[in-house]
Ligand binder design. Structure first.
Ligand SMILES: Cc1ncc(COP(=O)(O)O)c(C=O)c1O
Length: 533
């Protein structure tokens, strides 16, 4: 696995723009999995906060980088972020676009591995990874290699209308790349562009299947249905509904927005469907000290789901599907137990509703399993699993009974992007070769242990540590303090992100090693200590 090069990896990446067509493959030093396994064995035995700096010193002694050329640690060049160059660019951008959400401008030539470099030269340890969408960090050598193959470059250059003119290799690509990681029991896949449009179209699959069942399996329509749908009226446009959960986030496009309930700013002024919204569990932490309350919370939420389905069915607005995140992410990293999901699936089945698990944020490995719902031991597969982010393109896996039998019912011009499947193929090979799900588990344990110690040391500032793999979150007592922590982390060279009102969320890349966790914990401890005064 290890091949060395005399060429500095960064200079290679900088030259890429003009060298893409060159056939020279630059071998690279790839050390992550080996370094990680050595280090994690030492670190996992030690979990007390006062050991953090010592741990860090020890593991930095063996530093090699998750990918060759990765910096050893964060480096701050500007006093603040955004720095002067980012500010200058922001003033240009503001003249053209609404840019209130822009935090900094990245230098994607220099960013590498787990480090995001900004245009001011700040080198930030990135535990937010472009809203959880960068599986192998920045400029990963294996993705460069993949992009140098002529057939892969052609896939990037030519973007066919896949629903009409797919390339000859498309069935193979779907089979060998996308279906190679399909949730067990889901035999079909539909490719799309982003997370919202994946959910949006998957909801249509649930409506189509529901109506087909209502027609006793027939796929022909009567005249009344065909004319009424053209003016948005029943019976052609039936008043079917999708049940979603309070605090959920399924995207911002017009249909899915009716199932998004995380922040008012996403929804205000936009018309929405009257669809049922049930409570999602809000657990007390630590879980082991609150089992009775949390079980009661599960039962309360599940009873609400059943009641709402009955109510909407009776009101002539049948529930055709239930949409749920395995971990409510944007809404604040709210978890529910495997039993909750098992019972939810049973309720969906009893009522003839489809069960859609939205793995847009959780999919692709960050919880230690490729799909988060695999933690739930469901007795049978969910009906639909949607994805995007770490998978590079949007889409969904589904059971054959959810596939429409007529064409053009779920359709758009591109139906995905073969160029993104090239990236996904390389990513999946690296995940497998370097056993990155084990790295996620090892780094997640270091983070969890370190954060657990900090939470014990500063109970006035940190609480409710939770999560799976590296997909973790911890709460501050107020939004103000949470934002203050994130802002101070940034000043010390860590790009972190929040979710919900109180949480800091951890969304590092899959190549985030235990020693990166130690670097983070060291900085976070300083931040919390400073705030504590
Ligand atoms: C669970 C979930 N579903 C859907 C979406 C929407 O994805 P996109 O922003 O790609 O439209 C997101 C985005 O954060 C998400 O976290």
């Amino acid at each position: 696995m290890i091949v060395t090069t005399s060429l500095n990896y960064l200079s290679f990446s900088r030259g890429l723009g003009v060298r893409l067509s060159a056939s020279v493959l630059v071998p690279v030093l790839f050390t992550s999995a080996m370094a990680a396994s050595k280090i994690s064995g030492v670190l996992l035995k030690q979990n007390h906060c006062h050991l953090l700096s010592r741990n860090l010193a020890r593991c930095m002694g063996t530093f090699k980088g998750a990918v060759a050329g990765e910096p050893e640690k964060p480096v701050m060049k500007s006093q603040d972020i955004p720095g002067p160059k980012s500010k200058e660019l922001l003033s240009q951008l503001e003249k053209i676009q609404q840019s209130g959400s822009v935090q900094l401008f990245g230098d994607y030539d220099k960013s590498i591995g787990n480090y995001l470099v900004d245009v001011d030269g700040n080198v930030l340890l990135d535990i937010y990874t472009q809203i959880s969408s960068v599986p192998l960090g920045y400029n990963h050598p294996d993705i460069f290699k993949a992009l140098q193959k002529p057939e892969n470059l052609r896939a990037v250059m030519n973007r066919p209308a896949l629903g009409v003119f797919p390339g000859g290799d498309w069935p193979d690509k779907l089979q060998n790349v996308l279906l190679s990681v399909a949730p067990q029991g889901l035999s079909h896949v539909t490719t799309m562009m982003c997370g919202s449009c994946s959910n949006e179209n998957a909801y249509k699959n649930m409506f189509i299947r529901y109506q087909r069942n209502q027609r006793g399996g027939s796929i022909s329509f009567n005249e009344d249905e065909m004319t009424s749908c053209m003016v948005n009226l029943p019976p052609g446009a039936p008043p079917l509904t999708i049940l979603s959960f309070k605090g959920a986030f399924h995207g911002r496009t017009l249909g899915v927005l009716s199932t998004t309930h995380s922040k008012y700013i996403h929804k205000i002024d936009i018309p929405a469907f009257d669809w049922p919204i049930a409570s999602f569990p809000r657990y007390k932490y630590p879980l082991e000290e609150n089992t009775r309350e949390n079980k009661a919370e599960d039962d309360k939420c599940l009873a609400e789901v059943s009641e709402l389905i009955e109510k909407y069915n009776k009101a002539g607005k049948p529930v055709a599907g239930i949409t749920v995140e395995p971990i409510q992410s944007e809404g604040g990293d709210h978890h529910a137990s495997p039993e909750f999901f098992q019972k939810l699936q049973a309720i969906a089945k009893e009522n003839g509703a489809g069960l859609l698990i939205d793995e847009v944020q959780t999919g692709g490995g960050p919880t230690g399993k490729f799909w988060c719902y695999e933690h739930f031991n469901l007795p049978s597969p969910p009906d639909i699993v949607t994805f995007s982010k770490k998978m590079q393109l949007g889409g969904y896996y589904l059971k054959s009974e959810f596939v429409p039998q007529q064409s053009y019912r779920v359709f758009n011009t591109w139906m995905g992007d073969p160029g993104k499947v090239v990236l996904l193929e390389a990513i999946l090979e690296v995940i497998k070769r370097d056993n990155l799900l084990a790295t996620v588990e090892a780094s997640g344990k270091v983070l969890m242990n370190g954060l657990g110690s900090l939470q014990k040391e500063f109970p006035n500032l940190l609480n409710s540590l939770r999560g799976r793999g590296t997909f973790l979150a911890i709460d501050a007592p107020s939004s103000k303090l949470r934002d203050e922590m994130i802002s101070r982390l940034k000043k010390k060279g860590v790009q972190a992100g929040g979710c919900g009102d109180l949480s800091i969320r951890f969304r590092p890349a899959l190549i985030f090693q235990p020693y990166h966790a130690e670097i983070f914990l060291d900085i976070f401890r300083q931040v919390v200590k400073d705030i504590n005064g």
